[in-house]
Design a protein around this ligand. Structure first.
Ligand SMILES: Nc1ncnc2c1ncn2[C@@H]1O[C@H](COP(=O)(O)OP(=O)(O)OP(=O)(O)O)[C@@H](O)[C@H]1O
Length: 264
């Protein structure tokens, strides 16, 4: 780990998907991410916002090696992800955890919460104790009784807490949260977002927070990057971006967010 390097640095990163039978703009595949450069500093929450299909998820997945860039460089902790050995990649996965949109889909329905969490440790050659698991659940606001539960025995909000616990298990430096609340009831969205904000503040974890919801990004991100058609068209501190959006795409996103949802 290098103390000075940003936790995530992407330089001129592109991703072209090969799409069989494509024509016109898609003849040579589809350029989902087009020359993006961005950084997430230690302890910072960067919000990635943009319309549907603008490339946010693809970019987020390149940040932890789930998707391989067609060109450009991704560095986590100063290390070039493309140059990592198998072992290095495993280390990357413990250092950069993901929380996905739909907790039910991201958890195995046949495994209890205990098994789900134990598997994370096992995958990295570690063992854990019940005490550790209870403490982990406690850190996301769940009692010890959840250890024996199956996914269908918990609500969407509780399951997303389990998914956050799973992400936290190996003490990552960066959590990539891809629309972590959009599958949840409005009433529990704020609880999950507050939980993530607490983790950033109390444990110094950095966040790359992907959302199409500008109000959420403004509340929970220090800086914002706005994507349109595979490119980052504007970046800046959250408040500034919302107070005086410069790019037409950002202006349109701000205009489409109801005033009541834009805290002052
Ligand atoms: N595996 C793939 N093969 C081909 N095209 C893909 C693949 N994954 C994504 N795409 C295309 O790349 C573009 C960007 O997708 P991506 O999911 O990154 O966007 P997004 O901004 O996260 O969208 P949303 O907010 O709807 O999730 C889309 O047009 C999508 O159809």
């Amino acid at each position: 780990m290098s103390a000075d390097a940003p936790i995530l640095e992407m330089t001129d990163v592109s991703k072209r998907f090969r799409t069989p039978g494509g024509f016109g703009r898609r003849r040579n595949g589809f350029l989902a991410v087009d020359g993006v450069s961005l950084r997430v500093e230690r302890g910072e929450a960067l919000g990635l916002v943009g319309e549907s299909g603008s490339g946010k998820s693809t970019l987020a997945r390149m940040a932890n090696g789930l998707v391989t860039p067609t060109s450009g460089t991704v560095r986590t902790d100063g290390q070039d992800v493309a140059a990592l050995s198998r072992r290095g990649l495993r280390r990357l996965r413990r250092n950069v955890a993901m929380v996905f949109q739909d907790p039910l889909a991201s958890l195995n329905p046949r495994q209890t919460v205990r098994q789900t969490l134990e598997n994370v440790y096992r995958a990295h050659g570690e063992t854990t104790s019940t005490g550790e698991l209870v403490a982990l659940l406690e850190s996301v606001g769940l009692g010890p009784d959840y250890l024996g539960r199956y996914p269908h025995e918990a609500s969407g909000g509780q399951l997303q807490r389990v998914a956050v616990a799973r992400a936290l298990a190996l003490k990552p430096d960066l959590i990539i949260a891809d629309e972590p609340t959009s599958a949840l009831d409005v009433s529990v969205r704020a609880q999950i977002l507050n939980l993530l904000a607490d983790l950033q503040r109390d444990q110094g974890i950095s966040f790359l927070h992907v959302s199409h919801d500008l109000a959420v990004i403004r509340l929970y991100s220090d800086r914002v990057a706005v994507m349109q058609r595979g490119r980052v068209v504007e970046t800046g501190p959250s408040d500034e971006i919302f107070r005086s959006p410069q790019h037409p795409c950002t202006q349109a996103l701000v205009a489409a967010t109801p005033e009541a949802e834009l805290p002052t």
